[in-house]
Design a protein around this ligand. Structure first.
Ligand SMILES: NC(=O)c1ccc[n+]([C@@H]2O[C@H](COP(=O)([O-])OP(=O)(O)OC[C@H]3O[C@@H](n4cnc5c(N)ncnc54)[C@H](OP(=O)(O)O)[C@@H]3O)[C@@H](O)[C@H]2O)c1
Ligand SMILES: [Zn+2]
Length: 376
């Protein structure tokens, strides 16, 4: 079941609070960081907040820059991202700004909440998800019915905690503000409970005036968890890397990750990375691993597109490079079409040499997305 790419965004005090308990919203970020948030909002298809945040902050959640809205429209997207909220109770104030600003809105709720919203309607689509709210169903609905591929989650803490604990977050953008709240009743960013994976991977740190932005990627569920959960995590990452390739009219945009059997990432790569105009994703990733690394024989290569079996630009195609590295398992989203090579069959080459090839077609759309401009 495909889900959108889920990006959690929050600003937090040095003592881990999202807000104080006063009537007004505590401003944690700096003006330049609010502009960065505006830019992230402009890049997504939907923004989600919990009902608690609507009640506490009465936010508008808009793309404020007219230039960014115009750029969205020029690209054929709505000026404002879809606004999404989540409420079990259905206790939502119909006069809140959320409903009366920006573009389309949707509320995910329970059957009980939907009844209440029937009596006190809000200006939004109401989607009941049963007796309990199920995040996987919610994300699948956003993906399939609303076409959301990138979702920004702007809190509050109860929402962030659940998405991280259920292994559904792809990225965390955290802004650390240089102040203390000090109130034991103030809402915290993350609550207690079981978190998946181990240490998060630090992707970036950036100073923005007096706050620090930290971007993290939750690591995949390691050994011990279902293989299929790990496969989904890593293939989604490969598809995300594909979207980072410099565009080309003459080659695919592909992302690849090499992962050891215990869930350790060994390397990642994408097409044309580092200024090499012909390098392929799997080739770039494998080149970063010591050829004698004993973990390669039980590793998996995740590649958004099936590894190539023929290529003019280098002596060995990626299927050969994978076999030569000793890897015997490949997971991919998309079989190679006849765009550049007729009847490409990297999977056949891998399987003939005894490797397992798993295709997860539910990721095909994501793998294709950065290749839409190429002839079919
Ligand atoms: N600093 C920041 O970046 C930032 C960002 C956002 C928010 N905040 C702060 O965070 C605070 C609000 O956070 P919060 O944790 O109280 O609220 P929240 O996470 O915004 O919303 C919680 C509400 O969402 C609904 N909900 C969440 N999970 C659910 C589930 N599994 N099933 C059913 N309903 C579910 C429930 O709504 P119902 O009660 O309607 O059932 C719940 O009360 C505010 O003080 C706000 O200022 C700060
Ligand atoms: Zn290749």
């Amino acid at each position: 079941m495909p889900f959108p790419y889920v990006l959690l965004s929050a600003a937090v005090s040095l003592d881990g609070c999202l807000d104080d308990t006063g009537p007004d919203r505590l401003l944690l970020s700096s003006p330049a960081d609010f502009d960065r948030v505006d830019e992230v909002r402009a890049s997504v298809d939907a923004i989600l907040v919990g009902a608690g945040t609507i009640r506490a902050d009465n936010p508008r959640l808009l793309v404020n820059s007219p230039e960014r809205r115009a750029a969205r429209e020029a690209a054929g997207r709505p000026a404002y991202p879809l606004k999404v909220t989540v409420s079990g109770s259905g206790d939502l104030d119909p006069t809140a700004r959320f409903w009366h600003t920006g573009g389309e809105k949707v509320v995910y709720t329970t059957d009980r909440g939907a009844q209440r919203l029937h009596a006190t309607p809000v200006a939004a689509d109401v989607v009941p998800l049963g007796t309990e709210l199920d995040w996987r169903r919610l994300l699948a609905h956003l993906y399939e019915v609303r076409g959301v591929r990138r979702l920004m989650v702007e809190g509050g803490g109860r929402i962030h905690t659940q998405l991280l604990q259920q292994g559904l977050a792809d990225e965390l953008q955290l802004v650390l503000a240089p102040l203390f709240v000090g109130d034991p009743k103030a809402p915290r960013l993350f609550g207690p409970g079981g978190y998946q994976g181990g240490r998060l991977r630090l992707l970036e740190t950036r100073r923005i005036e007096d706050v620090v932005l930290m971007r993290y990627e939750p690591t995949a569920p390691g050994a011990g968890l279902l293989d299929s959960a790990a496969d989904h995590h890593w293939l989604a990452l490969a598809c995300e890397l594909a979207a980072q390739c410099p565009p080309s009219r003459t080659a695919f945009s592909v992302g690849a990750v090499v992962v050891a059997a215990d869930g350790t990432e060994l390397a990642r790569g994408h097409s044309r990375e580092g200024g090499d105009s012909v390098v392929h994703a799997e080739e770039a990733a494998l080149a970063k691993i010591d050829a004698d690394d004993p973990r390669l024989s039980a590793a998996t290569v995740y590649s958004s597109l099936e590894p190539c079996a023929h290529r003019a630009s280098r002596p060995a195609p990626c299927a050969r490079l994978i076999l030569a590295a000793g890897v015997r398992r490949v997971v991919t989203a998309w079989r190679e079409p006849d765009t550049f090579v007729v009847a490409a069959d990297g999977s056949g080459m891998l399987e003939a040499a005894g490797a397992d090839v798993v295709v997860l077609p539910e990721y095909e759309e994501r793998a294709k997305a950065p290749n839409r401009h190429l002839p079919a």
